[in-house]
Design a protein around this ligand. Structure first.
Ligand code: RUQ
Ligand code: CUA
Length: 651
């Protein structure tokens, strides 16, 4: 049983098939292993047969998993072999993974290790299944705070932390397309705030200043004129990119720092002082060849307290309502012994940067260079020359993009060109000469061309060190051909056994395109089961509170409750040209009983989870009969759950 099984087949039949495979393998080996369970000794085959006969009952599935080496509670096999990482039907995962959706503009929630997709959280894009962007509150959020774009490009979901550990409050994610940051409330798993970051285009990196998420940083990638209002069009030297420090509670942009060169990814140190970004284009060019001319680029290390002091002292220019601190190399603020930004030279165009769990090192992945650059955070604070803080440069392989950690002193770096993940020893890299391959522990093939990778709780001070997901950009031949636009391939790798080495566990096709992810222990997140009506401004419409009220000549307000299998009113009668506002509350308290409120030809689409209230406003400009119907299959009488919107013609 060293083979790993793909458990996407969670059916009873699938389970049976797998069991018979286990039995056959076992029969071939012809060694009867007796199992000692507390108080009884059972022949393994007999036990399996008994279990299989019971089918997929949860309890027996759990026992079977323990026997065949799977399950989340007891993952060691009786014969001391490998785990099979199976999460049986009805069992729950150990982790939540939050993956970005790229230019789908959303976040996906997946269980690990099953790799079952649990939910999609729309962020920058309207999404009809959840009604996101169709009720007044979320459509206003997208329109007003969000700037009214129809899409976004999410890359880096980061979960808030307290004391360098996940606190389960929020996830944040960037919009690379339009320079925005969004916050997702992890009580309800929904986007609750979007900020359109002034002076920034291409907000790429996103992450928190630790230990306590004092700021969420948006890392501006594209250099643009400051301000971008028609000036300096043909003067790229005058363009600039900034990092933006966002208050996680208010989502207000507190300050920005402008720098030389483009920025790319970012990560916060663990002690509240440093924030690191990678970057390219130290040349300030506008074409690819221009951006890759010089051999050197930088990791920029932002000294947050020094920046805060500059803001405090008024050493900034206010641009579009935000204090912008000059962090370019020539800035007077960088000539003192406490510069606001330190420019650590690296080989050209480093891509990912991440801080080790102990906070000792910031490691930048070389991308165009086959090495990683290890920066000693303590030395950085003391060194006169930031280059002196570089303490290691292991040669990891071709196209290193991102690095994650297991908490046991290893780093794992994706190699885009080699289609591999390299595992290496951080301290060995510090001791080895620059360019040495000695720190490499092993490499595993992935399929194909990985971008990001993420290990369980890798961004905290205490990673779990068991699972790693390699987010591969290409899947090519790994799945049934679905035409030219292929899925990506998120591969689960078990990294919990340093002796056996990395083990590829499963392939998970994913729609374009996850970039980064955070993997959080399930017990650190505590989502609500139903809404708490007091959490929203909208007035809850209980049974008995329903009304259809004419506010004035041209406005009607409908307040309706919603429950199995009715809306409060069998008909809603209005006049042609009326502005109609509907306030609808799902009065159900039963978990998972969601109702919809859809009105054809008026583009109305509300999704109402239990105890939720949503409002929608529209103009009834076409006379006629419109069936109000429920779009969530809620009961046997779901189809009959109806009302009519009757729009009477004006004379
Ligand atoms: S960055 S892999 Cu945003 Cu690497 Cu995509
Ligand atoms: Cu309510 Cu279907």
């Amino acid at each position: 049983m060293t083979e790993h099984t793909d458990d996407t087949d969670d059916t009873i039949e699938g389970h049976e098939r797998e069991l018979s495979a286990v039995r056959e393998e076992h029969d071939d080996a012809d060694d009867d292993v007796s199992l000692s369970l507390p108080g009884l000794s059972v022949d393994r085959r007999d036990f399996m047969k008994a279990g299989a006969a019971v089918g997929a009952a949860t309890a027996s599935a759990g026992c079977l998993d323990a026997l065949s080496g799977g399950g989340s509670a007891d993952q060691e096999t009786a014969s001391g072999g490998a785990k099979n990482h199976k999460v049986a039907p009805g069992e729950l995962d150990d982790y939540y993974a939050f993956l970005s959706g790229g230019h789908s503009g959303e976040i996906r929630v997946m269980g690990v290790p099953s790799m079952r997709e649990l939910l999609r959280i729309p962020v920058f894009t309207p999404e009809p299944a959840s009604g996101y962007g169709y009720d007044d509150r979320t459509s206003e959020m997208l329109e007003e705070e969000g700037g009214g774009y129809s899409w976004g490009d999410t890359h880096h979901p980061r979960v808030s932390q307290t004391d360098n550990d996940y606190d389960g409050r929020w996830a944040f994610v960037n919009d690379k397309a339009n320079g925005r940051m969004a916050r997702i409330d992890l009580e309800y798993f929904e986007t609750d705030a979007i900020v359109d970051i002034p002076n920034q285009q291409g907000t790429h990196g996103a992450c928190c200043l630790l230990p306590d998420t004092k700021y969420v940083f948006g890392v501006g990638e594209f250099r643009v004129p400051m301000q971008n209002d028609g000036r300096d069009l043909d003067d790229p030297e005058a363009y600039t990119s900034t990092i933006a420090a966002i208050n996680p509670e208010t989502m207000n942009v507190e300050w920005e720092v402008e720098v030389d060169g483009n920025m790319d990814n970012g990560d916060g140190g663990k002690d509240g002082r440093w924030f690191f970004t990678t970057g390219y284009n130290s040349e300030h060019a506008t074409t690819e060849s221009g951006m890759t001319k010089a051999d050197r680029d930088w990791v920029k290390a932002f000294d947050v307290p020094a920046i805060e002091a500059a803001v405090e002292n008024g050493d900034y220019e206010e641009i579009n309502g935000v204090p912008v601190v000059d962090g370019t190399r020539e800035s007077p603020l960088n000539q003192s012994d406490r510069p606001v930004v330190r420019y650590v030279p690296t080989p050209k165009s480093p891509h990912g940067v991440s801080v080790t769990p102990d906070g000792d090192y910031a490691i930048a992945s070389g991308k165009l260079d086959p090495t990683c650059t290890v920066i000693d955070v303590e030395k950085l604070a003391e060194a006169d020359d930031p280059a002196d803080a570089i303490v290691g440069r292991p040669r990891v392989g071709m196209g290193p993009l991102h690095t994650a950690y297991d908490g046991r002193g290893h780093a794992y770096t994706t190699l885009f060109i080699d289609s591999q993940v390299a595992k290496w020893d951080i301290e060995a890299a510090v001791e080895a000469e620059a360019g040495s391959e000695d720190p490499i522990v092993e490499k595993i093939d992935v399929h194909y061309n990985p971008g990001h990778l993420i290990a369980s709780e890798s961004y905290t001070a205490d990673p779990e060190g068991d699972y790693l997901i390699s987010l591969n950009k290409l899947s090519k031949d790994r799945f049934l051909n679905v035409g030219p636009l292929k899925p990506e391939n998120d591969q689960l790798i078990y990294i919990g056994d340093d002796e056996e080495g990395m083990q590829l566990v499963k392939d998970k096709p994913s729609y374009a395109e996850p970039h980064d992810a955070s993997i959080v222990s399930a017990d650190k997140i505590d989502p609500a089961d139903v809404y708490d009506p007091s959490d929203y401004d909208a007035e809850f419409v209980a049974e008995g509170d329903e009304s259809i009220e004419r506010i004035d000549d041209s406005t009607v307000h409908v307040k309706t409750y919603v429950k199995r299998n009715e809306y409060a009113f069998p008909e809603i009668r209005v006049q042609e040209g009326d502005e109609v506002r509907i306030t609808a509350s799902n009065v159900e308290e039963t978990s998972d009983i969601t109702h919809g409120m859809a009105i054809p030809e008026y583009d109305v689409d509300l999704a109402l989870a239990p105890q939720d209230t949503r409002e929608v406003t529209f103009t009834a400009d076409e006379p006629g009969v419109y069936w109000v119907y429920c779009s969530y299959f809620c009961s046997a009488l779901h189809l009959e759950m109806r009302s009519r919107l009757i729009v009477e013609p004006s004379e």
